[in-house]
Design a protein around this ligand. Structure first.
Ligand code: CA
Length: 194
């Protein structure tokens, strides 16, 4: 292998390692105790009526339990970066599923849940939203009022979406490799002609 090819393979390996490092970093969940696996609300700030949000023995948060309440965290975010914000949610009881219960999901400001907020099904569903940070400290949280029971909330996750290079970047990279290939071939031809 000549020195040019060695340099190219070294650069390719470095790029592959760097890409692996970035994706490993992007998979980090920014939410503390998002699955309530501590059995309590560690990592969350709570407001509202006392005990309006509790964690049950299955490590699921009962949100807006009987009276109104909210839980929230401030997350370290990068302005302009995109994040995948997801959580599992269910209405508490089948009999109360059509009660005029209300829930608010916050990413800095209120994100309206898709579909009818009062008609959330009894079954646990995963909601996923792509959100963009507008500050270096983003308020993320949930507020709920359920007059008869509560909402189930679990597996709250906020993960940075890795920035994908622009098509122009790939084009420039490929063009650059092409030029280097031509140079390497010319050098090889000259070397064999000599
Ligand atoms: Ca859990």
């Amino acid at each position: 292998m000549n020195s040019t090819l060695k340099a190219i393979s070294r650069a390719a390996m470095a790029a592959a390692l760097a890409a692996g490092g970035i994706s490993a970093q992007a998979a980090t969940n920014l939410v503390t105790n998002g699955s309530f696996s501590t059995g309590d609300l560690s990592g969350w700030s709570v407001f509202g009526f006392p005990n309006s949000t509790v964690v049950n023995s299955d490590d699921i948060a009962l949100l807006g339990y009987n009276l109104g309440g909210a839980i929230y965290q401030y997350l370290p975010t990068v302005i302009g970066a995109s994040y995948s914000f997801s959580f599992d949610i269910a209405n508490f009881t089948a009999t109360n599923r059509f009660n005029p219960a209300r829930i608010g999901v916050f990413w800095d400001s209120l994100i309206p849940l898709d579909g009818n907020q009062n008609g959330l099904t009894f079954d646990r569903v995963t909601k996923t939203y792509t959100v963009v940070a507008t500050s270096t400290s983003t308020l993320m949280g949930f507020a709920a009022y359920h007059p008869a029971a509560s909402y189930h909330l679990d597996d709250v996750s906020v993960v940075a979406i890795a920035a994908v290079p622009e098509p122009e970047t790939y084009a420039m990279l490929l063009a650059g490799l092409g030029v280097m290939g031509v140079v390497a071939r010319r050098r090889a031809r000259r070397a064999s002609a000599a």
